[in-house]
Ligand binder design. Structure first.
Ligand code: SF4
Length: 385
């Protein structure tokens, strides 16, 4: 399998070189409908640059121009971003924040909100999931993720990026099941014609945040698993450590041995940079604000993005306003974590946590799905200040 690994230099045709090296556009007809699936995980505030968290507008513009040079006129950009009404985030706001809306207007490109469907239903282990039809029906699907670590799955590259093609409800369903097995299933249902990893930056402790590291790379290929293997290795994570890659390798009887790939351009060892993927964000917030007496374990894979975003915002505000304080035996539970005996005051953040702790006397239940940022902040403030 061919994978191109190319250093990015502005205005020097790096993306074209990467596509040429891996024969990325071979077979593309100018009459084809081309759908580009970037990583537009969520929109940030205007004060925050989108750099390294979502697919860069710079590379997207280069890709659109290359497609147009190849005579393609039917081009769409689609994704299903995290939508939280309370925080005002949606696919539309992510399209705006990332610069995709501007490009769409400039080049007569359509934008599609995958969260709105229509959807096609699949079953995994007897569990129903719904996938947006647009990526299943495009003539030529280009998966265009970012070079990012992920606090739950270690990396989020091409295969994991396809999670944005799920309905909002199915995104939650994935976290209630074996997340990585379900991601592997999705990666084998959606036929991707070309995967390009935007590696201008690598995101540490992803998939959101600002911990970005310049990498100046583009990784591309026709085989998504091979591209993800190289992407993982480039940020110092052995492909065998990525469970969803292992699931796919096992089900297809294929190897994750990098030496079997035909990597063209740079050598992995010459450009690799180790990035940290683990991110116990709640514990790090407590440390940052020097707060004692509150326990908050990492919720693991059963905590979805919606709750991660809302809980983070609510807790961050409360901790910031109470920095340096010492509390007594307080515990904050998220996902399916069970409260420990001996905690004097327990807060259950989100419906999943409430369901996982039905018998905790006096627990403060913040029931939303996702939990409300306002409620998280207010309940902590009410009971602890
Ligand atoms: S309560 Fe939170 S973690 Fe549970 S399904 Fe809803 S959004 Fe996901």
């Amino acid at each position: 399998m061919i994978v191109s690994l190319v250093r990015y230099n502005p205005n020097s045709g790096s993306l074209k070189k990467a596509l040429d090296l891996c024969e990325g556009l071979a077979g593309l007809k100018n009459s084809d409908s081309v759908l580009i699936k970037p990583n537009l995980v969520i929109s940030g505030p205007p004060s925050q640059k989108p750099t390294g968290m979502v697919t860069s507008a710079t590379l997207m513009e280069e890709l659109i121009l290359i497609l147009k040079e190849n005579g393609v006129s039917d081009i769409s950009i689609g994704d299903g971003s995290i939508q939280v009404k309370e925080l005002g985030t949606s696919t539309d706001t992510a399209m705006d924040w990332s610069g995709m809306s501007r490009l769409a207007a400039k080049y007569d490109v359509k934008t599609i909100d995958f969260n709105r469907g229509p959807f096609k239903e699949f079953k995994v282990d007897g569990v129903k999931i719904r996938v947006t039809r647009a990526p299943l029906e495009a003539d030529f699907l280009i998966n265009f993720p970012v070079l990012k670590t992920h606090a739950q799955t270690r990396v989020t590259l091409g295969i994991k990026n396809l999670k944005g093609c799920l309905s909002p409800g199915s995104k939650k369903t994935f976290h209630k099941q074996d997340l990585e097995k379900f991601i592997a299933f999705l990666g084998q249902q959606i036929k991707v014609d070309l995967t390009i990893i935007d590696g201008l930056y690598g995101l540490q402790k992803g998939p959101m945040g600002k911990d970005i590291h310049p990498m100046d790379l583009i990784i591309a290929g026709r085989d998504m698993v091979s591209v993800d293997m190289v992407g993982s290795a480039v940020i110092g994570i052995d492909p065998y450590e990525v469970n969803y890659l292992r699931y796919i390798a096992n089900s297809q009887g294929r190897s994750l041995d990098l030496s079997r790939l035909d990597v063209r351009g740079e050598r992995i060892e010459d450009v690799a940079k180790k990035l940290i993927w683990e991110y116990p964000w709640c514990e790090e917030l407590l440390e940052k604000y020097r707060i004692r007496g509150i326990a908050c374990e990492d919720p693991g894979n059963h905590f979805c993005s919606g709750c991660t975003v809302t809980a983070f915002a609510g807790l961050n505000r409360f901790f910031r306003e109470n920095q340096g304080r010492c509390f007594k035996d307080v515990e904050i539970c998220m996902g399916r974590n069970e409260a420990h005996e001996g905690s004097e005051k327990v807060f259950l953040v989100g419906k999943c946590s409430v369901n996982a702790n039905p018998e905790v006397d006096g627990a403060i239940a913040i029931k939303g799905c996702p939990a409300s940022t306002k409620e998280v902040y207010e309940e902590l403030s009410n009971y602890l200040t």
